[in-house]
Design a protein around this ligand. Structure first.
Ligand SMILES: Cc1cc2nc3c(=O)[nH]c(=O)nc-3n(C[C@H](O)[C@H](O)[C@H](O)COP(=O)(O)OP(=O)(O)OC[C@H]3O[C@@H](n4cnc5c(N)ncnc54)[C@H](O)[C@@H]3O)c2cc1C
Length: 491
């Protein structure tokens, strides 16, 4: 059979949240994009998207279409983690989504932006002067597409990621077993809440898809469990019964589907950008579902990937810096997410004497955190010298600051709009790359306007008038980095 061949600027493999988002952005910026979509054979998961997801969707231009789809709202979590009860209620709503429906909405948006959607399965990828992707299309005929760049957005399948780029450092594997429930009498004030429950050797959660329909999932160790189709229902019942908070509520509910299992083991990658390929979303790394951050991570990864590829089209000379930027960010996000879940696993390990928890708590804390060129609040609070400096500056706004140790600036890649550009960043002792922002404040600018010697409130005024009107507390955080690391001194 002759193979038809098409051409595009970019080929996107997989049309989950990562693929649909990257494809939509690139098409809206004028790039020709082919997106290959294969329907998964598995039943769809119900997932919890916290309220903060909406800000991201607005930024990505997907908010109206997602809001219009009318997904079940998410007003927070009810948890009994390591024996402690906690309720987190958010003022704004997020979403509880059936993933197949959510993904369809994002795909429709991508098509609306001009993306060509090809129904089919990618079967082979050849990398050379360009990328050649072979697709078995829905109607059975083979098609191949040639493009300058490919984005592997194929999730855990990792069509390209598995060709030596992925690694499994965790040292444990997790399997999720899920089933749907009809819950007509779920407590009224909990119908828009995710319920999370830990137990001796696993954890469970329950995600509502409507006021009376929920999906309940148990997470268990894959290596300590024999899983066969024939024993899946029994295993599911046994595990769910251990999750007291959830099983209590399910006592008056009815299981409305057979259980199914899926791999939920974490993995990462050393190189998420390589030659002509970027690994995006779960294709690059998978974080603990406990975080409810997988979709947000996929969306931000897609945004960065789109900016990187868009930059390379406009300036081939930027490719090396752009790919380096992408690699660092993907590694940084993965490590930060793992460090956050480690805290929860450690809490559980302290209560349940079971290797399920100690293995997860120990493994997740391995390695150092790469802070990257944008320091988050978490980076700042990890560093004792920055914390001490913040306390001194907050309590004494009339303090004068002046230039301290030798200050060096270096050029680093930062995102501005749809491009990566090289800008000045500060070389700060103890950080693995030049830092441009801390708590959203431009450190290079802050350094320049503080080094002549002036009091803290004058620096805040100068920053407001010359750079941007940001929260004064964030400027204090920026100054704390400079003082804590000796680039400024308190006189
Ligand atoms: C049990 C469990 C619970 C979770 N709960 C949550 C939650 O509550 N909240 C949350 O934010 N995240 C959650 N996650 C994580 C979330 O599912 C992922 O992070 C998210 O799906 C990543 O999106 P993605 O687009 O990168 O990958 P995916 O969503 O996996 O999309 C990949 C797409 O590529 C397609 N594909 C694969 N191979 C091919 C091929 N050869 N050809 C063509 N197409 C292909 C697939 O069919 C799929 O459509 C959970 C994950 C698990 C396992």
């Amino acid at each position: 059979m002759t193979t038809a061949r098409g051409r595009a600027d970019v080929i996107v493999i997989g049309a989950g949240p990562a693929g649909a988002t990257a494809a939509a952005l690139l098409a809206s910026w004028g790039r020709s994009v082919v997106m290959v979509h294969r329907e998964s054979g598995q039943p769809g998961l119900a997932e919890s998207l916290p309220a903060s997801t909406r800000k991201l969707l607005r930024f990505l231009g997907q908010s109206d279409i997602v809001e219009a789809a009318g997904f079940h709202p998410n007003f927070g979590n009810i948890s009994r983690w390591a024996g402690k009860q906690a309720v987190t209620r958010s003022e704004e709503h997020g979403y509880h989504v059936a993933r197949p429906a959510f993904d369809r909405v994002l795909r429709a948006h991508a098509q609306h932006q001009g993306v060509m959607l090809v129904e089919g399965q990618v079967q082979g990828v050849e990398l050379g002067g360009s990328v050649l992707v072979d697709v078995a299309s829905g109607n059975g005929s083979p098609v191949s597409y040639e493009a300058r760049f490919a984005l592997d957005c194929s999730g855990r399948a990792g069509v390209i990621a598995r060709k030596g780029l992925r690694r499994h450092p965790a040292g444990y594997r997790t399997i999720a077993i899920a089933a749907e429930w009809a819950c007509d009498r779920w407590p009224d004030d909990e119908r828009a809440h995710t319920v999370v429950d830990s137990y001796a050797d696993g954890w469970a959660w329950s995600v509502p898809l409507s006021g009376i329909r929920r999906q309940c999932t148990v997470m268990i160790d894959q290596d300590c469990t024999t899983i066969r189709k024939a024993n899946l229902q029994g295993l599911y019942e046994t595990e769910l019964a251990k999750a007291a908070e959830i099983s209590e509520r399910l006592a008056i509910a009815r299981q409305s589907s057979e259980p199914w299992a899926c791999d939920a083991s974490v993995y990462g990658t050393e190189r998420a950008a390589d030659d002509r390929v970027l690994l995006v979303g779960d294709a690059a790394s998978f974080i603990e579902p406990l975080s409810s951050a997988g979709v947000k991570k996929a969306l931000t990864s897609a945004w960065r990937a789109a900016v990187v590829v868009n930059t390379c089209f406009d300036s081939a000379a930027m490719q090396s810096a752009a790919f380096d930027f992408y690699n660092r960010r993907e590694r940084q996000v993965y490590r930060e997410c793992r460090a956050r879940s480690a805290q929860f696993f450690s809490e559980a390990a302290a209560v349940y004497a079971d290797p399920f928890w100690s293995t997860r708590a120990g493994s997740a804390t391995e390695g150092t955190i790469e802070a990257g060129s944008e320091l988050s609040d978490a980076d700042l609070s990890r560093d004792a010298s920055i914390r001490r400096a913040f306390d001194s500056l907050r309590d004494a706004p009339a303090l004068d600051v002046a230039r301290g140790a030798e200050v060096r600036f270096e050029r680093t890649a930062v995102i501005e709009g749809r491009q990566l550009v090289m800008r000045d960043a500060l070389v700060i002792p103890g950080f693995d790359e030049p830092v441009r922002f801390a708590a959203g404040v431009n450190l290079a600018e802050l350094m320049r306007m503080s080094s002549g010697g002036r009091d803290v409130s004058a620096v805040i005024d100068a920053y407001h008038s010359r750079v941007a009107h940001v929260d004064p507390t964030d400027i204090l955080k920026g100054l704390s980095v400079l003082v804590g690391k000796g680039l400024l001194e308190i006189c």
